[in-house]
Design a protein around this ligand. Structure first.
Ligand SMILES: C[S@@+](CC[C@H](N)C(=O)[O-])C[C@H]1O[C@@H](n2cnc3c(N)ncnc32)[C@H](O)[C@@H]1O
Length: 490
């Protein structure tokens, strides 16, 4: 195994363009200062319109809180003139696409020339686009993984591990690092690949899920990787000192690189703190995801988001809805085919419409299943068959929320459906507007981590778009290295 590995790696590295030579994030083209960029990002996310569409008026409350009417009227007039709202949605999504081939938008342009779009909307879309960190994959090394490793991986995971493992190996070689700590290791794709490919490395993989670690252990055993090279533990990462001691004991005084591939929510933030505070951790490479699991800062959670002083001083906060939108990638949604558009509106937008109508009806009748404006909504457990009619949908939702059927008659349900059935496009566009903010919200989260690491005196702090965005939309890897003078036991 090992001798094949070095050949694979040498082949892969023949097209290496050193990532480490680039030490700051690639900012959007109109910025050359981190401070200006971060300030503009914070300001934009705090504008009334963005606040509204990222949770100020939850899309489920759109009918009862007049979400559509709260938007600029020239925008809503223009969207109302589209023959199909799905086309208007696509026009918005195309408006923020980083590298869209104009030919691919032909269909929507035919339906409603984008030139007739209100200038204020075009400006807003341009602003949104100009504030997002660039996502085009930065050139860098990738590994050609052997089939023994890829056999159980999906193509997306293969491309992620190929790029991440090459990056990590590069840093380890350059800095003399011999230990890897993989937090949120899941099924172990990354740590198993590192242990298998690079015998000089010792890896510690940890995950809070017993099932994930069990799967990872059996995959490592099948590949014949001994525990001396890969230790796998069930451990929830919560920022505690105990875990810092565990890592220090395991490291036995050697330098470690802390890595995480799609480290959910606050896990990435805990990792940034461990990097900053645990002396044997010499380098960090973490790709975030599932931003809805980020814990916001509060008196009960003083370590919550944001973690940097730079953003804390600005009193930055992101609503639960904003965090949820950051998990979306509208530019990767399937473009509507002419047939699909002609056939009518999607099940997806119908479901949003039904929810908004029922929320309105429940509210009008004084039936409380959640507080208006609440961002944590009860799940309504809707199945495909419940979408056949609004009455079916409503009855199922009432069952899931313990609302007695007698409190609302079929006649009332039908009357509300009829009154609001024209609003499907409005709700769909409101939803799309929120989701359009995904890249800027994610940029703010990445910049918070970047600023925190800078504030801790780290070197080479960067936000690297390491994966192909079209394959892996969560492609921003936050990286840092300890300043050379930092005291490490080696
Ligand atoms: C999105 S998966 C990624 C798994 C793996 N790194 C990969 O790329 O295939 C996130 C993993 O992190 C684990 N996880 C999330 N938060 C965690 C925490 N605070 N402590 C430990 N594990 C956590 C989950 O159990 C899950 O296996």
């Amino acid at each position: 195994m090992p001798h094949q590995v070095s050949q694979i790696f040498l082949k892969a590295c023949s097209r290496v363009l050193s990532l480490t030579a680039m030490v700051s994030p690639t900012l959007p083209s109109s910025y050359d200062s981190i401070e200006d960029y971060t300030a503009h990002l914070c300001h934009f996310l705090d504008t009334p319109l963005v606040r509204q569409i990222t949770g100020g008026i939850h899309v489920n409350d759109a009918l009862l809180r007049n979400g559509w009417q709260a938007l600029p009227q020239e925008w809503t007039d223009w969207w109302s003139s589209w023959p199909r709202h799905r086309l208007a949605q696509q026009d918005l999504i195309d408006g923020i696409d980083e590298g869209l081939d104009p030919a691919s938008c032909r269909f929507s342009k035919q339906a409603q020339p984008a030139e007739s779009r209100p200038a204020s909307l075009t400006d807003w879309l341009a602003r949104l686009k100009s504030l997002a960190l660039p996502r085009s994959r930065r050139p860098g090394p990738t590994l050609a993984l052997p089939e023994a490793l890829t056999a159980h991986m999906k193509p997306k995971k293969v491309s992620e591990v190929s790029a991440a493992a090459a990056y990590i190996h590069n840093v380890c070689q350059r800095r003399g690092i011999t230990r890897i700590v993989d937090m949120g290791s899941g099924q172990g794709y990354l740590s198993i690949s590192l242990a298998y490919l690079f015998p000089y490395l010792r890896c510690l993989a940890m995950d809070g899920s017993e099932t994930q670690v069990a799967a990872s252990r059996s995959a490592a055993a099948a590949l014949g990787i001994p525990e001396t090279r890969l230790k796998q533990v069930v451990h929830w990462v919560d920022g505690s000192r105990d875990l810092a001691f565990l890592v220090e004991d395991w490291a036995e005084g050697e330098r470690c690189m802390l890595v995480g591939l799609h480290a959910c929510g606050s896990l990435s933030e805990h990792m940034a703190r461990y990097f900053a505070t645990v002396s044997c951790i010499d380098a960090l490479a973490v790709v975030g995801c599932c931003y809805n699991h980020i814990v916001p800062r509060s008196p009960a959670s003083p370590a919550g988001f944001p973690i940097s002083s730079a953003l804390r001083e600005r009193n930055v906060s992101l609503s639960a809805t904003a965090l949820m939108t950051a998990c979306q990638a509208p530019n990767n949604w399937t473009r509507p085919s002419p047939e699909c558009v002609a056939a009518g509106d999607s099940m997806f937008s119908k479901r949003r419409l039904y929810r908004s109508i029922l929320e309105k009806l429940l509210h009008d009748k004084g039936i409380k299943v959640n507080n208006v404006g609440d961002e944590k909504r009860p799940r309504w457990g809707i199945r495909k068959q419940d979408m056949a009619t609004f009455i079916k949908y409503a009855r199922r939702s009432m069952d899931c929320t313990d609302v007695a059927h007698e409190t609302i008659t079929d006649a009332e349900l039908m009357a509300y459906e009829e009154r609001y059935s024209d609003c499907e496009g409005q709700i769909a566009i409101l939803w799309t507007l929120g989701v359009l903010c995904s890249k800027v919200v994610e940029s703010l989260i990445a910049m918070d981590r970047y600023c925190y690491l800078q504030e801790q005196g780290a070197e080479g702090v960067d936000v690297v778009p390491i994966f192909d965005f079209k394959v892996s939309p969560r492609n921003l890897m936050v990286v840092a290295e300890k300043a050379q003078a930092a005291g490490c036991n080696h």
